[in-house]
Design a binder for this molecule. Structure first.
Ligand code: AHG
Ligand code: MN
Ligand code: MN
Length: 335
């Protein structure tokens, strides 16, 4: 028998998740994110044609074509979320300062932090891209908001997830009751439930990292990578290397099939490259909700103290046993 067809909205209402603010608010928030995904998928499908067709019709005085896609993606997020009535503040990788919405109009109680386009170097070569979002609640609705109010620990997230623009467009999210994945059916413009209650294997056979950085890594990290390549049938080594340059796509692979993604700290840059609030935290929560693990190498990502909006953090994320093993090398407990 054919499987039941459920749209994103139907799934939320049927499952009645316990969500602070109610099912209506969650449906509203995820519908807005879904709408952003439709706009971006539409833009990205034409990415290779931008030079020929132009994008939004905007050209500067020199007649130069248009904006970069990460700026377009950022504007799409801001425009859609600003008018949703659910949001009071927005922060993005592409904006140095957050946008605090005026208290006059209808203002919601949620704050969205996002990476509007993840893996942007893939844009020009027709490879996968993503968007990542993390939603927290305004703790002080009766007081004026400031940047500080958005800088919150990963455990305080109320919704987190990502959009993946691959061969198809997907929306994957968690509210702390498992992880669910929806695929956009472009013909009808609806996200349909395609991956219910995703659980990841405790161990995988795949690793993803930019190994060009090997010489920059501390000894423990190097040893872990050396270990992954040793032939050993019993532990399934050597692992296969699969790195797309898009964190969302690589983590999505691990979420469905198991494995480990690493962007570790470097000797001269111990904080690593990725951003805590809108890259590491949301993906960490998604992966934990699917039974995986996310760590800096020494600390659970969701427990990292958030100090700055654009704070960086090392990220080791994926199947629980693989991440535990990486930690033991990084911490020098295994050599
Ligand atoms: P972004 O496009 O948002 O700047 O993120 C890129 C991130 C991530 O998606 C990817 O895994 C990693 O940076 C790639 O970095 P390297 O080019 O250093 O491998
Ligand atoms: Mn990114
Ligand atoms: Mn980005």
């Amino acid at each position: 028998m054919a499987q039941q067809i459920l749209t994103l909205e139907q799934f939320i209402s049927l499952n009645q998740p316990t969500f602070p603010g109610g099912v209506g608010a969650l449906t509203g928030l995820l519908s807005q994110i879904g709408l952003i995904g439709k706009f971006l998928a539409h833009d990205l499908r034409r990415a290779g044609l931008l030079d020929i067709l132009g994008t939004t019709g905007e050209t500067n005085v020199q007649g130069e074509a248009v904006k970069k896609l990460d700026e377009i993606a950022n504007e799409t997020f801001v425009r859609v979320l600003q008018q949703s009535g659910l949001i009071c503040a927005l922060a993005s990788e592409e904006m140095e300062k957050p946008i605090i919405l005026s208290r006059d109009g209808a203002q919601g109680s949620y704050m969205v932090l996002f990476d509007p386009l993840d893996g942007s170097s893939n844009t020009d070569v027709n490879m996968p891209l993503g968007s990542i979002f993390s939603i927290v609640r305004n703790q002080r609705p009766d007081q004026p908001l400031s940047e500080r109010d958005l800088v919150r620990k990963g455990t305080e997230q109320v919704v987190a997830g990502y959009l993946l623009f691959g061969a198809s467009t997907m929306l994957v999210y968690t509210v702390g009751q498992g992880v669910h994945g929806f695929t956009l059916e472009p013909g009808i413009g609806e996200y349909l439930l395609s991956h219910k209650a995703i659980t990841m294997p405790a161990r995988g056979k795949v690793y993803a990292a930019n190994e060009g950085n090997y010489q920059k890594w501390p000894g423990g990290t190097q040893k872990y990578f050396d270990y992954l390549k040793v032939k050993d049938k019993a532990t399934g080594r050597p692992y296969s290397g699969r790195y797309s340059g898009c964190l969302v796509a690589d983590v999505h692979r691990m979420l469905l099939g198991g494995g480990i993604y690493l962007y570790p700290g470097e000797l001269d840059k111990p904080e690593g490259k990725l951003r805590l609030l809108y890259e590491a935290n949301p993906l960490a929560w998604v992966v934990e909700q699917a039974g995986g693990r996310a760590s800096t190498g020494t600390l659970r990502i969701l427990d990292v103290e958030a100090k700055q909006l654009h704070q960086r953090v090392p990220l080791i994320i994926g199947s629980a046993d693989d991440v535990l093993e990486a930690e033991s090398f990084i911490q020098g407990r295994r050599m």
